[in-house]
Each structure stands twice: as C-alpha cells, then as structure tokens.
Design a binder for this molecule. Sequence first.
Ligand code: IPE
Ligand code: IPE
Ligand code: MG
Length: 246
Amino acid sequence: MLTLQEIKQQPIPQHIAVIMDGNGRWAKEHGQQRLAGHQQGAHALREVMEGSIMLGVQYLTVYAFSIENWNRSQDEVLGLMQLFVHTCKEELPTLQKYGVCFHAIGNLSMLDNYCREAIQEVEEKTKHNTTLHFQVAISYGSRWEIVDAAKQIAKDVKDGKIALESIDEQLFSNYLQTKNIPDPDLLIRTSGEYRISNYLLWQIAYSELYFTDCYWPDFTKEKLFLAVENYQNRERRFGKTSEQIK
Ligand code: IPE
Ligand code: IPE
Ligand code: MG
C-alpha cells in the first residue's frame, strides 16, 4: 500500500461515485437492528468525505437511498429519512469547516417536507463552498432521471425553446440531475455485490468500476486510498488502443 503522498503523485480521480451498500448485513453480523447499520454508515461517509478532501478529489457523489428503496418497510424508510435529516443538521458545521458544497440529486418530490427543507437549508448555506462538491443521491433512480430528462427536452422542443437538431449528448447531459458535474472517473461499490442498482447509468459510461467485499460501515479513508491506488493502475482507453494513448 502506498502512502497518501505517493498516491497524490499519480492522477487523482476528479469525481468519485460511491454505492454505500451493506449496512443491513453489517448490523446483522453485529447482532443489531438494520438502523444501527445505517447509523454506523453515516460515520463511514464522514471518513470518505475527509479522505476525498485529503486526496484532492473535487466531486464526490454517494448513493444514500434509491427510488427502489421506498419499497422497504415503513420503519426502515422512516428511520433512514430521520437519520438523513439528523446527519444534515449535525454535519453542517463540518461541511462549512472543510468548504464542502452540498447538493442533493434525485426525485425530491417524493420526500416529506421536513426532509426537503433540511436539504434546502444545507444547500443554501454551503452553496459558495468550493473545496469539494458533495452530491447525495436520495430517492434517486437513473432510469427515472433519464426519462425525466427526455420529458423536459420534449417539452422544450414543443415550446420552441430548443431545436430538435440541437439535441446531442452534451445537451442531454444538461437535463440530467448531474448537470454541471463531470462524469465519475471511479465508481466504488461496497458489500460484495457486483451490480449498479440503477445508479448513474448514463454518467458511468466510461467510469472505472471498483468492487470490494467490505460492508459500508467498515469502509475507511485507508480503503478509499486503496481504491484510488487500484484506479491509478488502470489504463483508460476510451475506445482507443493502448499504443494510441501512450
Ligand atoms: C445500504 O445498505 C443502504 C441503503 C440501501 C439505504 P443496505 O441497507 O442495502 O444493506 P444490505 O445490503 O441489506 O446489507
Ligand atoms: C443500492 O443498494 C442503493 C443504495 C446503496 C442506496 P441496495 O441494497 O438497495 O441495492 P440492491 O437492491 O441490493 O441492488
Ligand atoms: Mg443493500
């Protein structure tokens, strides 16, 4: 394992996306309720945020709650929403201290008012911060996002705001939740599952994928650094040959 200084001498991913999975199984292994796993997961998130800042990562986007997660028990959903709001309020001073700009992505219209208000408050108070752009995907689903973008584009064409001919990949990206955010360079998923679970499907077209068996609550800065070290050993070819990019 390299030191932080050594890692920083190699290209650092500009944008890291994370699927924070395995809280439930972590709790089960520790003989606790699922919610205890989610609480512990919030600590791991702090670790990854701090680690990202230490590395000089500019964008961090984490999957906190999927649209499909609304199908979980009422108790778990409520517990997660309360934890989310609590964490927003509790971590606001830390976000300010580090200069983190917070932004939520997802179908926020499905959230309760108190949740949306908590999000708006943190977004408003951190909007001028520039050290790290931190996106939390909540009530997020990539297919919903893409369909929603298609609808908005159709409406803008119908209303004469844009021409049909002007629709290209760049314009489409600008209608996604992640507009103005570069695509992830590295996607990390914890918990040993090898799937994407409806996360950033458009945006990860050329991301490097990193899977680890570690449950999310056990994820640390050091594990983040390992993932980045692994990323640095990849060759990103974007369709070209190895010889072409050398
Ligand atoms: C991830 O952990 C957090 C959310 C999906 C909200 P899980 O709750 O999915 O944990 P496992 O996958 O059941 O272990
Ligand atoms: C993905 O985890 C969503 C989040 C981490 C928030 P899930 O635990 O919901 O994913 P699946 O259902 O196992 O694919
Ligand atoms: Mg899971």
